[in-house]
Design a binder for this molecule. Structure first.
Ligand SMILES: Cc1cc2nc3c(=O)[nH]c(=O)nc-3n(C[C@H](O)[C@H](O)[C@H](O)COP(=O)(O)O)c2cc1C
Length: 304
């Protein structure tokens, strides 16, 4: 099998697949299983805030033809009780990346400090939730605010800091550059995109929150474009997300310039084994096409 081991922003991974934030990442036990049974190279926790939060009422998740529409509204147990889950997740032996969200640079910094104390390998800043009012896009679409948050977190912790971006901005490279200038160690792209489903029989939006975030196959071309644009401008590694279901999807992101991929929606379809399956498919593709290392593929479509 082709060598899939990789190192991203100092994190050693058995393969370039990671669990995306928000899918089965709320308990230590599920994070543990996703590494040990599912074969993920790293896992990202559900986004955690300062206080416990219930999120939006149901219906908050719909399966569509080409993806998933969710308006979970960032439900989470709050940072103070998350240490126990982290302790269980860490036993799996792979890097555990703590995802956090907040409404101010100082609170982001406080959350990151706690995640570091819990043993997180890195922190991922959710700057891009499209359906949680003050915690999302307003912040993530303003380069100055993004820079302020990244700097606050960088000065609070020693571990690597990842910035997770939304594609719903006129120029995603401006946000990525602001995050990089402020010291972030990797960029994650993309979060979900604002979308809606209407039940025409009752004449109303289906989601309780009306608007949700679209993920899955439907957004893959947007994610690939975002990664391609960002990787052309920043020096830090880019981690691709959005519609990765197969090894060929992952290779597409790698060729756009991603160093690794995150998998979210596909876990609902392919089960927690998705990571091992996608990794084996990447290795198969490399063998068939005589690529010896991931580095030969990363950025290939850019004519690097
Ligand atoms: C049900 C659900 C919950 C999510 N929750 C979070 C979250 O808490 N934090 C976050 O940064 N992204 C969250 N996301 C976005 C995913 O991490 C990912 O960026 C997006 O779904 C695209 O990847 P995918 O197409 O593989 O699902 C969520 C996605 C889904 C489907």
């Amino acid at each position: 099998m082709a060598e899939l081991r990789t190192r991203i922003a100092g994190l050693e991974m058995e393969n370039p697949t990671m669990l995306a934030s928000g899918i089965l990442g709320q308990t230590g036990e599920s994070l543990f299983r996703i590494v040990r049974e599912g074969g993920a190279g790293a896992v990202v926790t559900k986004s955690i805030g300062l206080e416990p939060r219930e999120g939006h009422g149901s219906p908050c998740l719909l399966e569509l033809d080409n993806g998933i529409l969710n308006a979970m509204g960032l439900p989470n147990p709050g940072i103070d009780s998350f240490g126990e889950e982290m302790a269980v997740a860490l036993k799996a032996g792979a890097p555990v990346i703590g995802s956090i969200f907040s409404d101010s640079p100082s609170n982001f910094a406080a959350l990151a400090r706690k995640m570091e104390g819990y043993g997180a390998a890195a922190v991922e800043l959710n700057l891009s939730c499209p359906h949680a009012e003050k915690f999302g896009l307003d912040t993530g679409s303003d380069p100055a605010k993004v820079a302020e948050i990244v700097s606050a977190v960088k000065s609070a912790v020693k571990m690597p800091v990842f910035a997770k971006l939304s594609p719903m901005v006129p120029d995603i490279t401006a946000i990525a550059l602001a995050a990089e200038d402020a010291g972030c160690d990797a960029i994650v792209a993309i979060n979900t995109m604002r979308a809606m489903k209407i039940d025409i029989d009752i004449g109303k939006p289906v989601l309780r929150n009306k608007v949700g975030g679209l993920s899955g196959r439907a957004i893959k071309p947007v994610g690939v474009r975002a990664v391609y644009e960002i990787a052309g401008r920043v020096k830090v590694p880019v981690i691709g997300a959005g519609g990765v279901y197969t090894g060929r999807d992952a290779v597409e992101y790698l060729m756009a310039g991603a160093s690794a991929v995150q998998i979210g929606s596909a876990v609902r379809e392919r089960g927690i084994g998705a990571f091992g399956i996608v990794s084996a498919e990447i290795a198969e593709f490399m063998k068939e096409n005589k690529y010896k290392s991931l580095n030969e593929i990363i950025g290939l479509a850019r004519g690097k």
